[in-house]
Design a protein around this ligand. Sequence first.
Ligand code: PRX
Length: 666
Amino acid sequence: MSTDAGAAGADSSIERELERMLEIEKFPPPAGFSASANWSDPAIYEEAATDPVGWWTERSKKLLDWDVEPTAGLNDSDPPFYKWFEDGRINASAQCLDRHVAAGRGERVAYHWRGEQGERRDITYADLYRDVQRLANALKGLGVRKGDVVGIYLPMIPEVAVSMLACARIGAVHNVVFGGFSAEAVRERMEFAEAKALITVDGARRKGKTAPIKEQVDEQMGGVGSLATIVVVRSTGIECPMTEGRDVFYDEVMEAADPECPAEPMEAEHPLFILYTSGSTAKPKGILHTTGGYLTGVTATHKYVFDLKPDEDIWWCAADVGWVTGHSYIVYGPLANGATSVMWEGAPDYPHQGIWWEIAQDYKATIIYAAPTAIRTFIKWGAEIPEKYDLSSLRLLGTVGEPINPKAWLWYHQVIGGGRCPIVDTWWQTETGAIMITPLPGITVTKPGSATTAFPGVSAEVVDEREGKPVEEGQGLLMLEQPWPSMLRTLYKEDDRFVETYFSRFGRDRYLVGDAARRDRDGYFWVIGRIDDVVNVSGHRLSTAEVESAIVAHPDVAEAAVIGQSDEDTGQAICAFVTLRGGNEPSEEVEEGIRDTVATRIGKFARPKRIVWADDLPKTRSGKIMRRLLRDIAEGRALGDVTTLRDPGVMQELEAKIAEEAADES
Ligand code: PRX
C-alpha cells in the first residue's frame, strides 16, 4: 500500500497488535454449542461456493414466503447494476409481521422496550401488525405513494420500527436519520432525497434531559420544498410548535386511520430504503437497498451468524436504529425471523453504569450484539460492575463496526460471556446491507481480533493495490469479488458516483470495499481500517471533508484539515488542524465555538476531540492538503516524504506546535 492510503492513521498501533494477535490462541466452538447450532457442518461453505447464485436463491425461498416466487436468481447483464430475484414479489412488512400473526405467533413479544426512566413496554407482533397497518393507511391519506421518500428522525422508541414497516407496507422508501445528527444534517438528507414526508418526535430524552426536537426541525425544514407533511410522535409530551396544514400528530392520524391495510406485494427490486452514509467528499452518499435481496441477506445472516432460535432466544442488538446495524439487526432481520428483541432507549451509563447488565439480567438476554467501543468503555468502568448481575442467560456475543482489539475481545469473552459464549466479530458496511465476513459460531475456530472468513455465498479477497491480484499473506485492499443479494443497488440519484466509488478500480464486477485488510496463514481476514478519508469514531462513520466543511463555517476560521487519530476509547477520534482568518487569535472561546458549529451542522458525535492551531497547512504544489503528514505528526510518528510540499517549513512549525502542546499537557 502507498503511505498515502495510510488506513486513516490508525495503522501503526493496530499493526503492532496484529503482530501479537497472530500468536494468540484460538477458540474452537464449545462442543455443546456446535451440537445444537443451526449450522455445524463446514460443508456449507463448499456447497455455497459451488453455485452461489443457486445457493442464495434456495436460501431466499426457504427463509421468506414470497407472494410470487422468483424464477431467476441474479441478473448480471449490466454490472455493477445487479438485480436479484427480479421477477419475484414480496412485501417486507408482511414478512416481518403478517406471516407470524397468521401462524399464531401474534402474542409473541417483538420488542421488550425499556425507556430511560425505567418505563417498560412489551410490544407483540400483533401490536406491531395493528399499528403498522394504521400508520400505512394514515401515510396514504397524507398523500404518500409508492416510491415516495419518507424521512424518519426518531429516537429509540418502538414507533421507529412501526414507521419503517409502515413505509415498507405501501412501497414508500424510508430515509432514516440517526437521532444524534443535528436538524441541519436532517434537512440536508431530506433535500438530497426530496422527501415527501418526515416522521419525527416532540422531544427526545437523553440522560434525563429532553431535547426539543420538533422545534429544532422546524427551524430547518421550511426550505425543503418537497416536504408536504411532518408527522409528530408525542413521546415526551413537551410543548411543540405545529404548522397548520403541514404538521399532524402521530396518535391523531393513527386514531383516524382505517385499521386494515393489506400488504401490497412489491417487485423484488423495489427500493426499500435509503440510508445516508459518509464517503470521501463532504456530500453524504445515499445508499439504496431494495426489497427481496436485502431481506434475504439480513434474514439469513441473522439466523446463521447469531444461531438464532426464535422460540428460545432473547436477542439484543445494542445499536441505534438510525445506523445500518439497527436497520438490519433491530428491525428487518429479527422481525423477519420472528425473534424477540430488547430495545433500550438510553445511554450505557444512565441512570447508572450497570444498566445494560441490569436489562440483560431482567429479560434473560441470550445474545448481545454491540460495538467494540462500548466494550472498551465497560472495561474502563471496571469488571466489578457487570459482575454484580446474573448474565448466565447469555450464550453468544457479537461485535460490529470497527476492529476489536484482542484485549477487549478477551474481556468480553471472560467477563460478559463467562468464558462459555462464542464471539462473532462481524465485518460489513452500510453498503453491504448484511454481514459479510464473520465466524459461524457452531463451526469457526475464532481468533481474537479477526472477523475470520466470508459468510457462505460471499467471496472476499485481499488484493494488491496496483493490479488487484490476490495477496495471499500480507496487507492489501479488501474486495468483494462477486455480487450478493443484499448489496447496495446504487447511490440514490448518483449512478455515476456509485460506479466511480465502488466499481472503477479493478473492473465493474469487483466491489472495492474501502478498507485495508490482511489475511493470515489460515486465510482469516484481519480488517485494519479505511483507506479513504473516512474516520470511524466509536463505530460512527464520518467523512473528514464533511467535518472540515462544518469547521470552516465558523466565521473566524480560514481553513481546516481533519484527520482520524487513533484513540484508546473511541477507536479513532477527530483531530482538526485549523488556521484562523487574519486578526483572530486562538482562544478557548473560538475552540468551543468551532465544536458548537460542528455540533449544529452535523451532530455532537462529530465534534473534534483535539484542535491544533496552525499558521498554515501542508500542501502540495497543486494546493492539495497532505493529510498523511498531519496523521504522522498527530500520532507522533516520523514524518513521511515531504519533498512534494510547496513549503516544507510548514511542517517544522507544526512540529513545534505539537511539542508545545505536549509540554503544556505534562
Ligand atoms: O471500516 C469498516 C468498519 O466500518 C466500516 C463500515 O461502516 P458503516 O457503513 O457505518 O457500517 C458499520 C456497521 C456495519 C467498514 O468499512 N467495520 C465494520 N465492521 C467491522 C469494521 N472494521 C473492522 N471489524 C469489523 N467487524
